[in-house]
Design a protein around this ligand. Structure first.
Ligand SMILES: [Zn+2]
Length: 76
């Protein structure tokens, strides 16, 4: 599959409750929720701001996976 943020080749982990886990060499590992995935075709994410936010999430909470969900999504 391709990364939802940068469109580069990425790995997909086994589906998680409520979303998908993507491991991208550039964007790192993140969980993207089903709700956001449903909105993606009509509402693209702001790639650079979203990556900054994932980075911020990892810094503030290193133990949990960075998430793209309805609360954290940054739309273009
Ligand atoms: Zn990526």
């Amino acid at each position: 599959m391709n990364c939802y943020l940068c469109q580069a080749e990425a790995d997909q982990r086994e589906p998680t409750q409520g979303g998908q886990v993507v491991v991208c060499r550039d964007c790192g590992e993140y969980l993207i929720s089903d709700v956001v995935l449903r909105q993606l075709p009509s509402k693209p994410l702001n790639f650079s701001k979203m990556r900054e936010d994932l980075h911020r999430q990892r810094q503030s909470n290193a133990t949990s996976r960075a998430q793209i969900n309805s609360e954290t999504a940054v739309w273009a």
